[in-house]
Ligand binder design. Sequence first.
Ligand SMILES: Cc1cc2nc3c(=O)[nH]c(=O)nc-3n(C[C@H](O)[C@H](O)[C@H](O)COP(=O)(O)O)c2cc1C
Length: 357
Amino acid sequence: MVFFRCRLKGRVLKNHIVFPPVLCFGWSQNGEVTREHLEHYRNVAGGGVGLIISEVTCIDAGARIDPSQLGIWSDEFIGGYRDLARICHDEGVPVMAQIQHGGVKTITGTPVIPSKLTEGEIAAAGLEHKINAVRARELETEEIAAIAAQFTDAAKRLKEAGLDGVEIHGAHGFLLSYFLSSITNKRKDEYGGSLENRARLITNIMKAVRRECGEDFIIGIRYGGAAPTLEDGIEFAKIFEGAGCDILHISTGATPKDAVTVPEKYEEFTFPVYTAIEIKKHVSIPVIASNSVGTIDQAKILVNGGLVDFTAFARNILADYRWPQKTERGLEITRCLRCKTCRWFKRALTECLARRG
Ligand SMILES: Cc1cc2nc3c(=O)[nH]c(=O)nc-3n(C[C@H](O)[C@H](O)[C@H](O)COP(=O)(O)O)c2cc1C
């Protein structure tokens, strides 16, 4: 059933394959959608995916993780996103954009953190970006409400541009993932402590986006299914569903140690995929499994078996835009070479060794 039509909030999707967010390094000068982006997303949309979640776009010029990251901190970006939405819709593919704040990974401003961590805590958690984590500034309570407003404004701009929804980036060591994890969030106010408090910034964003963008707008979240434990990942899923979230996209969290052992039954899958399977049992909204779902046979086990609702394929589609179509028809594909560090991090498209042949 991977290749069967389905619905997401009234939109018809061609199949259950999602192109997840992939930052196209090197294209944008100052956050604007470029011709290269439009060509790229036209090709992804034309290649047969069911849903696109476009790459990480920053809500604040001073909270970016790369100068070439897309931005949505001002109205000037609406036009570019309007083109992007139109291109995807012309191919019959709904598109959401991933909205983010860099947190400790920020390089265009001061890195910020929910609560100050000691060097010992940073080392024990195995945090990436150690130097930034040490010098990061702890957020004041009032600043947190302002960040929620920036996320909401970003969603409003994307809605105006014609996108189908947003995915709130609560994964991969960015600001919101640091709020979720009890290892990186030691706050004593309403944003720290209990699971509800650690999720509060995100649930506040979800409720405000729903209020401002309407019932029809899709609200998703990407977050770590075991961040820091699977039990937490399950409880967060229920909290997000209660706050009006429409779709969960399960990945990794704030620290590299946010991992669980995959039981033998699911040993062919990575731990984020396993946590997606477990989380799905506890919610009624759809769940996307991602991170090294390598083959269509695995997608079939996951989707046809009812273990999750959607599977995301990033690098397979980067190597061959028509991967979904060709796989469905049994045609030969250009295979991703699984370079130790994906060359799209260096410069999108032109550096990919699989594409160079
Ligand atoms: C070059 C590159 C850029 C990425 N950019 C993002 C991003 O903007 N947001 C995000 O949540 N994940 C990002 N990811 C992670 C992917 O969405 C995906 O989870 C990862 O590639 C694993 O999936 P795969 O095995 O299907 O490639 C990126 C991955 C790569 C290789």
